[in-house]
Structure formats: C-alpha cells, structure tokens
Design a binder for this molecule. Structure first.
Ligand code: ADP
Ligand code: MG
Length: 614
C-alpha cells in the first residue's frame, strides 16, 4: 500500500490565537514546557494502564510504562518519549488541532472575558501541549495508537498556523515528541539544564523517567507519604505540577483517615480566586485516585460545587477502578468520600480562622464568596459554613470583620434578631437613614456589601436561634428611647400623617411617625413582604425598557422632631401647593436612600418649582 503524502491542516482559529500569545508574550518561565509534555506523557500512561485492565488487543503490549527523555545539544533538540496510549490520525487532528482540552479552553475563555488585561494571571492557566512552541522552532510528534489496526503517524508544525500529518512506519506505541529549539532557547538541550527542571517535579510523576538513559528519582504519590517527611517546597512543587499553576498555595491540608472510608487526601487553596478577578467559572479539579491509579482528573460529583476552587488529590482504597457515576452504589461511595473530605477541610478553616485570623481574613476576602454560596445552598454543611462567615459591622473598623458568633456574644439583653443592611459600601450605609435608630439604641448592624448577601441570609434564615432581619424592613420594631429636641405634638403629628397619606396617595402603602429616626426627616421601608429592595433592584435591571415597573410599595416613616417635618406641618395650611411639593420630594429622597427610586425625572420639575419660590 503506497503511503499517502503529507496532508496539510490549518489550526482552528482559536488555536492560532492561543499560539500567537504563547509564542510572543505569555510566559517568562519558558521551562514549563517540559513539565507540560511530561504531564501529557504521564496522562497517556495512566490511560494505558487503565485500558490494559479491560482491553486484550493492545499494540506493543509488552512495553514498559515509562517516559524517556533525551537531549541533543548539537542538534538543539529535546525528545520526550512515552509508551502510553498514543494517537490515531483522527485523534491528532482532534487533540492537537482543535481546542478541546480543559486548560487551553479555560485560558481562551479567560481572554475573552477580559482577562487579557491581566497577563500575569494568564500564566495561571496551563496551555498544555502548545507551550512547546514557546521554545520550539518546530515540533514533531511520532505516534502509534494502542489500537493495533491503526498505522503510525507523524505530526509536524512550526506553530505558525498550520500543521501536517503523514503516515509513518515503524513507530512504537505511544508518542515521541521531538522539540527542535529556537536558537535563544538552546539551553534546554543541555542535559544539566533539563535535569534541573525535571527533578523539581518529576518526583510526582507516577512512572519512571529517564534522562539520556539515566533514571531520575521518582517518589510516587506524595499524598501517601507521611507528613513529617515532606518539606514545604515539595508540597508547593507538587501543587504547581498537579494543578498546572505558578503560584504558592494559601492553605494546604494533608490528611489520612481509615474510617468510615480509607482516604488519603492532599488539598490546596490557591493564592487567588480567579473567578473573582473576572475569569471564567472554575471547574472542579480535585483528582480522584485509587491506590495511586488515577481514576478521574476532574470528578464532578466528588466535592460540593462551592469547593470548585480546591486543587489536589483524593485517594481511596475503597473505590473500584471502573467507578461509574451511573450506578447508585458508586455514586453513594463518592458522596461519602466527598463528605469526609469536606468536613475535614471545613475543620481546618475553622482552626485557621481561630489561630491565624489575619491570614484567614485575607483568604476570606478572596474566597469568602464560595463559603457564602455553600452556606446558602449546601444544606449538609451549612452549619459549619455559617460559622466561617465574616462581615463588617457598625461596631467594627472599616475593613475589619466579625463572625456571627462574636456578633451574638455582643447582643443586647432582649435583642432577638441579627440585623443587617445591604449596600455597595460602608459609606452608603453609614450616611443612609436606616442605621441611626440602631446606633442610638446601641444595636449592632452587620454591613453587607455583596449582592448575594441578601440571598444568603434569606436562605440560612437564622444563626444560633436568632433570625436574620434586614434593618430597613418595615416590620423591624425598635424599643422606645427618650428622644432629644422639640417634637410635633401627638395630635399635630397625627394630622400631618393623615395629610401625607392623602397627598402621596398610591405612592405609599402607609405613613407613620418613626421610632428609629434621629437625624433624618424621613425614611422609606420596604413594605413588600415578598420582594426586598435588593430583589427589586435586580428585577428592575432585568426589565425591558418599555415594560412598566411594578409600583413600589413602601411605608414612609417621618421624624416628628426634624425641622423639615415640623415646618411641613405648618406649611400644609399656609401654603398647601408648596407643602405638596415638599411632601413629594421628602418621599423621593427617602426612596433614593433606599435605592428604590424608579423615575428620577419627575424630581426635576418638582425641584424647579420649589426653587422658583425662593
Ligand atoms: P490536556 O493535557 O490538558 O488535555 P494538552 O494541550 O496538554 O491538554 O494536550 C492536548 C491533548 O493531546 C491531550 O488531552 C491528549 O488527548 C493529547 N496528547 C497530548 N500529549 C499526548 C501524549 N503524549 N500521548 C497521547 N495523547 C497526548
Ligand atoms: Mg496536558
């Protein structure tokens, strides 16, 4: 049979874009290409080991499961050979010509989502195979699939937009990747240089590695070794290798358990929460092993979703190698494993929060959003998670936080609820009308600055038997306290309230004198039992431009000691027209403070009329 001539293919547009960045700007640490290629070799060997359990007909079945690396200084080449599963022609096109794999995909998504601005962070994404083009003039992949019937292939590219594939006889099973180095990267063809790079992480590869025929020391499965014999640097290098990242982890948790399940786990919290920085949503990536054999590099059902920021490894002897998410039994087993791991991780956070509060505060600033998500949605771990939440409050300094337990310990006798206010920042809460009544009564109020907070409170409902209560809600009752200053008489206040109800009509559900105002003339409380202010703002943002908004239902509370209110009481008989304008403006001011003003344009006309009278 005549061997076909080389066939030319264009890289997918996204790959071209990726290659362009990889080649021109991406990494300062070019040496990571070696890590990526070794990692692929190791993946291919893992897959083969798995296949050998079920397939009888495997090409070159007797080859050792190992990785052989050779350097040639004169030719400026470095070669990575593995006896893994290899690739067929179709797989070469699929795997090396299109964007299929997770790392590169996440990378491109990040670019699309504005991540390009933050190039240092882009380095946190492994671009896998393509990183070879940081150092390569050309890359050749000689390969033979494990499938006996498929011929060997040669894939060639210089990374500039296209690649070629041709049949190639006499290939062993697996991949042999020959990297011809650019002149300014020739250092990587030096044995000592490559050895230096490889020894840093080759220890974590589960297969033997040789460099120019000499075996490198590999220490299998770091997570199975005793904690006492592992150095910090080893942990960090393992993290970098396993998670394909460049940073140093914030926290690590290494533990083993025998009951109820045999587990060895090594988990890491990265330095940054890339989701928070505007990158794509994280995918679960704690790998699942059974006695050091990789079962799933990114199992979806092992850990709860809010733990998707964790990196690392969970190894359990109890797992069947051919675990299947479809069978109930296996699913239950994964579930149990996940619970043990989650509980331990939460316990570690609890200890960290108690022992090193400053570091915990930093962690919380970056990753707290995941804990909130869990507290709101993961019923199983809610209680542990709620204890880990932190908030600013009216009693903390700006930027400092309190736990709910500490809040409760400071609650006044007779205080039954935990109060909170939601606004984008501290200033907005402190300058608004809602806080003053609580301050005057020495009641602490939690300050919430994230849009999810309201949702989180409505889901967790209570802490230590105390309900969460929005301090700007109409139902909040505050005890009477002696008030300073002249007030309208009770009857004058009653008349004014009746007049305001009449004048403001359908714009208010109710008007009353307030027990919680100190320095402000009025405030609006949300009288809608079903929709809080936050939800209303969300609804408004989602509404189409021509859709009429649901009318706001607020209670207007007025302060009978405030100068404006006292003047208004007189004005409504001496100058009813002007009093009407003042009443309207009073309501709109209160709606602005509540974030509930729907149509500011009506204010302009009114204010102009008021200004005419000066
Ligand atoms: P990832 O390893 O994250 O999947 P890479 O860009 O490193 O992404 O590799 C892309 C794909 O190419 C791999 O998923 C795999 O299917 C294939 N591949 C790469 N190197 C090898 C290899 N040595 N043996 C077999 N397949 C490989
Ligand atoms: Mg890879």
């Amino acid at each position: 049979m005549p061997t076909a001539a080389p066939q030319k293919f264009e890289f997918q547009a996204e790959i071209k874009q990726l290659l362009d960045i990889v080649i021109h700007s991406l990494y300062t640490e070019k040496e990571i290409f070696a890590r990526e290629l070794v990692s692929n070799a190791s993946d291919a060997l893992e897959k083969l080991r798995h296949l050998q359990l079920t397939e009888k007909d495997v090409h070159d079945d007797n080859l050792p499961l190992e990785i052989n690396i050779t350097t040639d200084e004169a030719a400026k080449t470095v070669t990575f050979q593995d006896f893994g599963i290899g690739m067929t022609r179709a797989e070469l096109v699929e795997n090396l010509g299109t964007i299929a794999h997770s790392g590169s995909k996440a990378f491109l998504k990040a670019l699309g989502e504005g991540g390009a601005k933050n190039t240092s962070l882009i380095g946190q994404f492994g671009v896998g195979f393509y990183s070879a083009f940081m150092v390569a003039k050309s890359v050749k992949v000689y390969t033979h699939s494990w499938r006996t019937a498929e011929p060997g292939q040669l894939w060639t590219s210089d990374g500039s937009g296209s690649y070629e594939i041709e049949e190639s006889e006499g290939q062993r099973r697996g991949c042999k990747i020959v990297v011809t180095l650019k002149d300014d990267c020739a250092e990587f063809a030096k044995e000592w240089r490559l050895k230096e790079i490889l020894t840093r992480y080759s220890a974590f590869v589960g297969f033997p590695i040789t460099l120019n025929g000499t075996k490198l020391t590999t220490v299998q499965a770091l997570w199975l070794r005793g904690k006492a014999e592992i150095k910090d640097e080893e942990y960090t290098e393992f993290y970098k290798f396993q998670a394909h990242v460049h940073d140093t982890p914030r926290y690590r948790l290494h533990f083993s358990a025998d009951a109820p399940r045999s587990i060895n786990a090594l988990l890491f919290v990265p330095q940054e929460n890339t989701e928070r920085l505007g990158f794509a949503r994280l995918e679960p990536s704690v790998a699942l092993y059974c006695r050091r054999v990789l079962i799933d590099a990114a199992p979806k059902d092992l850990l709860p979703e809010w733990l998707r920021f964790l990196k690392g490894v969970v190894d359990s002897e109890d797992l069947p190698l051919n675990i299947s998410r479809e069978t109930m039994q296996d699913k239950a087993l994964l579930d149990k494993l996940g619970k043990v791991v989650t509980k331990r991780f939460l316990k570690m956070l609890e200890e960290e929060a108690a022992q090193r509060p400053d570091a915990y505060t930093e962690f919380y600033a970056a990753f707290g959003i995941f804990l909130k998500e869990g507290a709101a949605l993961d019923f199983m771990h809610k209680d542990q998670l709620v204890k880990l939440l932190r908030f600013e409050s009216s009693l903390t300094d700006a930027g400092k936080t309190t736990s709910l337990a500490d809040y409760v310990s400071r609650m006044k006798d007779g205080q039954k609820e935990i109060y909170y206010l939601v606004a984008p920042n501290r200033e907005a809460i402190e300058s608004g009308p809602y806080l003053e009544g609580f301050k005057a009564r020495n009641l602490e109020v939690l300050f919430c600055h994230e849009p999810v907070d309201e949702y989180v409170f409505s889901n967790i409902r209570e802490f230590d038997g105390k309900k969460f209560r929005a301090a700007d809600h109409a139902d909040v009752k505050l005890e009477d306290i002696p008030q300073q200053g002249d007030s309208l008489s009770e009857s004058a206040a009653k008349d004014l309230v009746a007049w305001l109800k009449d004048t403001l009509g359908a714009q208010v559900a109710d008007v009353k004198t307030s027990d919680r105002l100190v320095g402000s003339p009025a405030l609006a409380t949300n009288a809608d039992k079903l929709m809080n202010a936050q939800m209303r703002r969300m609804m408004r943002a989602m509404k189409k431009p021509d859709e009429a908004a649901e009318p706001v239902k607020v209670n207007l509370e007025i302060n009978p000691r405030h100068a404006i209110i006292r003047k208004l009481a007189a004005l409504r008989t001496t100058d009813p027209d002007k009093a009407g304008l003042v009443a309207g403006q009073l309501l709109d001011n209160a709606l602005i403070a509540a974030g509930l003003l729907e149509d500011p344009s009506r204010m302009i006309t009114r204010l102009n009329k008021l200004l005419e009278s000066i």
